[in-house]
Design a binder for this molecule. Sequence first.
Ligand SMILES: [Zn+2]
Length: 73
Amino acid sequence: MLGGGTATPCSAAGCAADAVHAVHWRNPRIHPVDRVKTWAACDEHRAQLEAWLASRGFPVAVTPFGESVERVA
Ligand SMILES: [Zn+2]
């Protein structure tokens, strides 16, 4: 949940922009199917983070920041 107006910074290295997207992902080799890892992403880095995960074959789901998902298939 978002609260108190506290912004969460983007997860990309060296980026201090406010996150507006949540990038949910899972590494199928080490994580069970109901495990979800979440990165915060600004507009600029959303595609970069998503592409990095996709290039490794990890399932990815992107939502508005603050939303969560049950799982990523
Ligand atoms: Zn960023």
